[in-house]
Design a protein around this ligand. Sequence first.
Ligand code: GDP
Ligand code: GDP
Length: 454
Amino acid sequence: DDDLALLDGVEGGEVLEAAERALPVLAVIGRPNVGKSTLVNRILGRREAVVEDKPGVTRDRVSYPAEWSGTRFTLVDTGGWEVDVAGIEARVAEQAEVAIALADAVLFVVDATVGTTNTDEQVVRLLRRAGKPVVLCANKVDGPAGEADAYALWSLGLGEPYPVSALHGRGTGDLLDAVLEALPEESEHGIVRPDGPRRVALVGRPNVGKSSLLNKVVGADRVVVHEIAGTTRDPVDELVELRGKPWIFVDTAGIRRRVHQTSGADFYASLRTASAIDKAEVAVVLIDASVKMTEQDTRVISQVVDAGRALVIAYNKWDLMDEDRRPFLEREIEQDLVQVQWAPRVNVSARTGWHTDRLVPALERSLESWDTRISTGRLNAFLGELVAAHPHPVRGGKQPRILFATQASTRPPRFVIFATGFLDPGYRRYIERRLRETFGFEGTPISISVRVRE
Ligand code: GDP
Ligand code: GDP
């Protein structure tokens, strides 16, 4: 039975994907005292807030596992943020922006007895710009008399206001039904994955040695998997154990079958490459070290980076390398791979097996970086030092200030920086370089986006 389960996972991919699926994230935002904490506790079904009150904006977000009608999601509570009295209204929008960036959908809480304020309207503008689904909660509607207050909130232009009493529980069922409608099935924000097999794509232009390397690395283990499966069919993906861990090599059927179409072969090859990268977490881009690097090679690398996958570059056919070619190769690396200097490179020979044992450790390093999360506290301490040592240049009499940053997601790491103005591309590259120097990130693309605070 176990074998069968294994087979299901490998062939359909569905079993594994279900296990890996990240829960959707709902952020609860709103001004202080509108009843966010009360509502969060109501949703979680508990009386006491577990929110720790650590002062300071740079504390990490507080998220809890939540469930309604059998659907699980992650609830991000911003109620405990920033207890500083000075400038608190201004901070609401800032924090809301972070929360929105982290969420798949937003629950916007307004105190219906107070009505809307300028801060609420500022938040509405943020929500519009983010384009994420919003559910509007008109809180403190403790009885039918308060419902008129709730309907006044139609004016926010966020759709139907749900009248709720977080304190007494009135209307929370309808509210949560609306929340489930708004949440996607799966999060856009990769939450740390469970210990499933990691997915690898072997890509590169025709004849670089993908099939040979697959045979070398996967070797006899693959046969074992086939025997378990008890099938003669060619599975699309192959499951093997390497260095004590399960790995899935995706879309290997295409590699093994080696169909050589006479027309449109390039088109199908690039289509297959795109699909393999899409299914994988990490891609090995094979390059023939014995011949001049081509534009096709760098295009495949760009595909991997653009797809946000971890990357390992394997220089194959090293047995054909002669000393004359060596300086040329080094120059090609410097010129053509400057954008991916962070990627681990392994020199291998799929024919002789030379150094092929270095491939899996390189995959592990890249994936570890891909999964890395830097805490908000560490990130802001790092940025504080960076800015102090090297402030953004003054442009036209203005100097954008960095206010705050957070890592919005992993796999790959994505950072959001909140600033008072746009940052120069050069300064962003400087931040990326320092991030890599400080935190590593070997083998993973990282993205940095800047949000300008209004
Ligand atoms: P937060 O700052 O947005 O997290 O707000 P809290 O949850 O701490 O609530 C602020 C105050 O409003 C508290 O005194 C709550 O008891 C009160 N409150 C919250 N929800 C309701 C409600 O539905 N009705 C009434 N009457 N009071 C509420
Ligand atoms: P694919 O099209 O990328 O799957 O490439 P193949 O694995 O089919 O290899 C294409 C050709 O290159 C075959 O003739 C292989 O034997 C040869 N080849 C693959 N790897 C190496 C290598 O490391 N050294 C040498 N000398 N030849 C290799």
